[in-house]
Ligand binder design. Structure first.
Ligand SMILES: [Fe+2]
Length: 243
């Protein structure tokens, strides 16, 4: 298998061959998630999904994805063998508008929730958004902030703010809270938990969020909402500019 220079990322021309069982799990996840995503996801996600037109019955290749994403925003995806990329690697690629997609997909027993972000999360949750320039600009804010951060605490804060916004945030649209975060969009179990009102929600304020830890192995105990994509960018910029 051809690897690029950092030895963890595959050459897009030599992408992974997935098994029939993996395509079947993708199809099951896609089919279960579509109805509630169409109903509860924010406008930006739905616009991105309409742009990308992910196949419901096959894991798309990196080449297929990039043919549809890169002409729109300049972002591209790269396949990685690493199941949970560390933040230094992650933001190194982010700075180049490269989004890493793992080759791992959850098992049939983990359809509702997987603690490890798998390719269904990466592709179905994140990639539609990368067809939108307004969203690409949001993602462009994180790598410079991470690289400007002078301490481990500040780097952790950048990751924490990404977690509670792009991964698990909610957004108010037409008077209703809609699902924005990709971790909710790709998790039937946690999305239903939030929609049932079981997760406390607070306004997205950096000073509040810095008191909360990411919940990787369970549902989040607290989540945050913002009033618009632009309001989120303003709130993040207030902190990132101080680094
Ligand atoms: Fe993610």
């Amino acid at each position: 298998m051809a690897l690029q220079s950092d030895q963890t990322v595959l050459d897009p021309q030599a992408d992974v061959e997935f098994t029939n069982e993996q395509h079947r799990i993708w199809t099951a996840l896609f089919t279960r998630q579509q109805p509630q995503v169409q109903k509860f996801a924010c406008k930006e996600y739905l616009q991105g999904a309409a742009n990308l037109q992910l196949p419901p019955d096959r894991i798309p290749s990196v080449q297929w994805l990039n043919e549809r994403i890169t002409p729109r925003t300049g972002w591209r995806t790269l396949r990685t063998r690493v199941r949970y990329s560390d933040a230094v690697q992650w933001y190194k690629h982010f700075a180049r508008r490269e989004f890493l997609v793992t080759d791992y997909i959850r098992t049939g027993e983990e359809l509702d929730f997987t603690p490890e972000p798998d390719m269904f999360h990466d592709v179905y949750g994140h990639l539609p958004y990368f067809t939108l320039e307004s969203y690409a600009e949001l993602q462009d804010m994180f790598a410079p902030a991470f690289h400007r951060a002078a301490t481990d605490d500040q780097r952790e804060n950048v990751k924490r703010l990404a977690w509670f916004s792009t991964e698990f945030g909610l957004i108010r649209q037409d008077g209703e809270l809609k699902i924005f975060g990709t971790g909710l969009i790709s998790s039937k179990g946690e999305m239903e938990h939030v929609l049932a009102g079981k997760t406390p929600l607070l306004p997205f304020k950096v000073e509040t969020i810095l008191n909360f830890d990411k919940a990787i192995w369970s549902f989040n105990e607290q989540l945050f909402f913002f009033e618009s994509l632009e309001a989120l960018k303003r709130e993040l910029a207030g902190y990132f500019d101080s680094l």
